[in-house]
Design a protein around this ligand. Sequence first.
Ligand code: ATP
Ligand code: MG
Length: 451
Amino acid sequence: MDIPKYALDILRGLEENGHEAYFAGGCVRDMLSGREPYDWDITTSALPQEIKSCFPRLKAVDTGIKHGTVTIISEGRGVEVTTYRSESGYKDHRRPDSVSFSLSVEKDLERRDFTVNAMAYNPQRGFKDPFGGRNDLEKGILRAVGDPRIRFNEDALRILRGIRFMSLFGYRAENDTFSQMKACSYLLRYVSGERVLSELIKTVMGEHVLLGLMESGGIIASAIPEIAPMVGFDQRNRHHIYDVWEHTVRALAASERQKDVRLALLLHDMGKPASFTQDTSGEGHYYGHAMLSAEMAERVLSRLNCPKALKNEAVWLIRYHDISIPPTRSAAGYMLALFGRERAHRLLEVKIADNSAHSPRYAQRAEDARQLMHMIQDMEKSAPCLDKNGLDIKASQLEKMGYRGSMIAKALDSLLAAVICSACENESEKLTAYLKSYIALDKGAVFSQTL
Ligand code: ATP
Ligand code: MG
């Protein structure tokens, strides 16, 4: 893979001034995997002030100068350059108490979390791979550098990073590494909410989320205790063949890789264990679980300092994930009218994924949601308007017909739904006539009542 010029220029600049320098960490891993790295980090023998003096004409940002990191802006892109360093202490199970600059690239690679992340590369000097990262990468193995128990005790965030790499890249954790990820997971209480959330979001977005999360429920539950009862919870319900956690992970794997959809799916059945009841035949029921899951998700996401917009969207999707929507044109029209295009899509994405992870005997439910999605996509193209403002009728006309207050908005919703699904033309007279005749019979109206 070609290393971009802006990054190579920085490496060469350091070398021309007599320093050793290597690309290191994620960019080497990604380069060897044929993936374009997100950022090109450099590790070097130069001290922070020396790094800066190599590039007098370039902007330098003191990203973490105390720990040896300077970001050099090269052709508008930032390259993080860090002095070879070693770390010690870690009293808080998260950050080293002290960082000291070290003399060799090998020593620097020792402080890194996993073998696949502990490689360095220089176009002239080749690879530095003291822990067999290349071999592990070829085999798809995630292995801690050194003793995993010690490494996860030093910094518990590494446990979540590990799950993230499994989920993103499909690595399988080596036995000892995974045992210690589980055994040390109680230390996740020392990791800040923001970091937990940021790792979790990347994890749920992974292409290999099934592999990343299926066996990791207990670990995730150490960071989010509300998840613990889901793991292994037998649903005792004919729609389900998986326990709540396995269902959750399978629903994630069946869904589009959209952040709010996946975050919602991760938490959508959180309220199931607490809302479980059994009828006399032994069948399990979960009345009100969607509402309870939404309340719990709201609390969890607030605690993790989730950005408000993402939190609200995920909570909304969770609240409505289980509403029953008949696969009819009228209901599809209502979805578009009430939720708008984006939300209607997202809710159906959630419903398709959720129902795909039910017992195959109830595959019809996922099929119904897919049909609704097709209808919605067709209607988006054909509808004369998707917004109440586009209707050929004004609130004042409705007032003349006797509508008041919130009934006006409801009537406009119904008319918009009817126009979208072609049950009524968008003409003033037809709309008034429709309004007079439709009221009690419309199935979509029943659906709108459930919200
Ligand atoms: P990406 O940038 O794709 O998220 P990455 O592996 O590059 O993944 P960064 O956070 O950019 O992750 O870190 C760069 C490198 O620094 C890692 O590859 C790893 O070598 C090292 N590293 C990062 N975080 C830790 C940590 N908590 N413990 C030990 N080493 C770490
Ligand atoms: Mg990186």
